[in-house]
Design a protein around this ligand. Structure first.
Ligand code: B12
Length: 218
């Protein structure tokens, strides 16, 4: 199987092959696997595919993801593992850092040099056979290293991102109040303050969907 075949199968669904890694025993993936390919999204492309295919159901994005990736994995001869199956959660952010140049940002999410903070993961395809054409992880620095200003740490209206990590209750309480409408409807203000990958910013309806899902999960 060639990596480009996997990327081509994902593309009609607005999804990207986002590099791969060689599973180790501690990753908790099937023992006979030799290669894992991260599946994710960046910018509005996945939203556009999802909006056309979505059903009126609870947990709509995750269910759509299963409807897309379960059959695609069988066609490709792979198994699929999802970021939303848990707890315990599979360590998607750790895997992502092995697969491609993404780095922890000051607000916890991983930053990508081109997609900025406007990207996420929808699954990992796990292969028994070895793959051809797997891209090597490129060796670039985190864009946060050269960002002196760090507007992401100064924009949250309730200072949810601090040295102690992410204050989830403070963020969620704010989103439930009238003053939180901006974060709820357009997406996290700290995320929007980041200068990297501005052209990849989620669409307002996409951002609101994710913020509502976050509130609904609590
Ligand atoms: C539990 C969880 C949450 C919890 C707790 C987050 C926290 N305080 O860590 C809650 C519900 C609050 C949450 C919220 C959000 N989350 Co969340 N979440 C997860 C989940 C399911 C498990 C994380 C975990 O504990 N893993 C277990 C450990 C062992 O794995 P790990 O990879 O080594 O852990 C890393 C994280 O804990 C991370 N981390 C530490 N502090 C923070 C803070 C934040 C805000 C985030 C996002 C991550 C993070 O650092 C660790 C080392 O790399 C992951 C999916 C997954 N399976 O990884 C998504 C995930 C981390 N979330 C994600 C996102 C996008 C969000 C939201 C921004 C969603 C939104 N609204 O758009 C919000 C944040 C709210 C906001 N202000 O916008 C993305 C991050 C993508 C990226 N670019 O890095 C993930 C990977 C899901 C995905 N499908 O891609 N999330």
């Amino acid at each position: 199987m060639h990596y480009e075949t996997i990327a081509a199968a994902l593309a009609p669904h607005g999804l990207l092959a986002r590099g791969g890694f060689v599973p180790q025993v501690e990753d908790g993936l099937p023992e006979d696997s030799t290669c894992a390919v991260m599946v994710g999204n960046a910018g509005p492309a996945k939203w556009q595919a999802f909006a056309q295919a979505r059903r009126d159901e609870p947990d709509a994005m995750n269910r759509w993801t299963r409807r897309v990736l379960d059959p695609l994995a069988s066609e490709l001869g792979a198994q699929v593992v999802y970021p939303f199956d848990g707890p315990p959660w599979f360590p998607f952010q750790r895997w992502a850092q092995r697969a491609e140049p993404v780095f922890p940002s000051p607000i916890g999410m991983l930053i990508h040099p081109e997609h900025g903070l406007w990207h996420a993961y929808r699954g990992v395809l796990v292969f028994r056979e070895s793959l051809e054409g797997l891209p090597e992880r490129s060796d670039v620095a985190s864009p946060c290293e050269s960002c002196a200003d760090k507007p992401c740490l100064r924009t949250c209206p309730v200072d949810a991102f601090g040295p102690e990590g992410y204050d989830v209750p403070a963020c969620a309480d704010h989103l439930r109040r009238a003053e939180g409408a901006d974060c709820l409807e357009l997406g996290c203000r700290a995320r929007r303050a980041c200068p990297v990958g501005r052209d990849m910013t989620y669409l307002p309806e996409q951002a609101e969907f994710h913020m509502q899902a976050f509130l609904g999960s609590r």
